[in-house]
Design a protein around this ligand. Structure first.
Ligand code: C2E
Ligand code: CA
Ligand code: CA
Ligand code: CA
Length: 275
């Protein structure tokens, strides 16, 4: 066992060292990215019920690394959260999204993702108010997307923060709904304006009775709780049709449009896509 242990140590030690080196380098790169403007927002349309109007866009962060090219958010958001860089990154994302949304002529909303770590910042509400004011964006055109994890730790404090955000006039969405293990109970803790059904359920709904049952449970709640339901990850006409039948009010996914840079954003759908 001892020899095994040593072998394992010898096998894995260099890997661990390499991994932590990569991580440190990524942190340095990310810090530089924030200062050099290598981060930008992409926008993905969110479609209203009948499928013909764009009601809003989700703002999704993109990092154009000078050497590695596009780094996916799932590779740097967790690192930004661990290192505290998420505060600066989140503020940047929020400000960019508000400023860009203020120029849109279709009055669409912009949905910005908030990391649970940003709730540790006591100035979060002030930062949101300031971003709106600086951009001249009416609060009702901003949506903030949070995940259940915001309600896991410091529940009472974070609910107060959510309420203060809502009092500004912004709307609060519960993202990735259904992926947590006690999702339904969270709906009682705060009056969310919107639920986003996680794309894994939409992906599986054709083959999995379970996925379909969860979608039904969520849409069944919406009418009684007066919550709007967005289905994310809609890729096929068949998914779109079935989600409409189930009572979803909003739709997002590659079927309607991928996230694109601000200058490529369209204000109206190409009707051929949904005809
Ligand atoms: P999310 O908030 O659940 O965002 C939706 C993700 O689904 C996006 O991935 C989007 O590009 C992708 N998506 C949209 N439509 C489809 C579809 O039809 N099929 C499939 N397979 N995927 C689709 P993305 O942009 O890679 O972002 C991944 C995650 O990174 C986001 O998940 C969010 O958790 C996080 N993220 C992105 N931008 C930000 C940000 O500005 N701040 C924070 N805190 N997190 C962000
Ligand atoms: Ca989101
Ligand atoms: Ca989501
Ligand atoms: Ca997600």
């Amino acid at each position: 066992a001892k020899r095994n242990g040593r072998n394992r140590y010898e096998l894995f030690h260099p890997d661990l060292e390499a991994a932590s080196r990569v991580r440190r380098q990524m942190e340095i790169d990310l810090r530089r990215a924030l200062h050099r403007g290598e981060l930008q927002m992409h926008y993905q349309p969110i479609i209203e019920k009948e499928g013909c109007r764009i009601s809003g866009y989700e703002a999704l962060i993109r990092w154009q690394h000078p050497v590695k090219g596009q780094v996916p958010p799932m590779e740097f958001i967790p690192l930004a959260e661990e290192t505290g860089l998420i505060h600066e990154l989140g503020a940047r994302a929020l400000n960019l999204a508000c400023q860009e949304a203020a120029t849109w002529t279709n009055g669409a909303t912009v949905a910005v993702n908030l990391s649970p770590v940003q709730f540790k910042n006591s100035e979060l509400v002030k930062a949101v108010a300031l971003a709106l004011e600086d951009a001249g964006l009416p609060a009702r055109r901003l949506e903030l997307e949070i995940t259940e994890s915001v309600l896991l730790a410091n529940t009472e404090g974070n609910i107060r923060t959510l309420q203060a955000l809502k009092d500004l006039g912004v709307r609060i969405s519960l993202d990735d709904f259904g992926t947590g293990y006690s999702s339904l109970s969270y709906l009682r803790s705060f009056p969310f304006d919107k639920i986003k059904i996680d794309k894994s359920f939409v992906r599986d709904m054709g083959e999995s009775r379970e996925a379909m049952a969860i979608i039904r449970a969520i849409t069944g709640l919406s009418s009684s709780l007066l919550i709007e339901i967005t289905a994310e990850g809609v890729e096929t006409e068949e998914q779109f049709r079935q989600l409409q039948v189930e009572g979803c009010s909003h739709f997002q996914g590659y079927l309607f449009g991928r996230p694109v840079a601000a200058e490529h954003r369209v204000e109206e759908l190409d009707t051929r896509a949904t005809a």
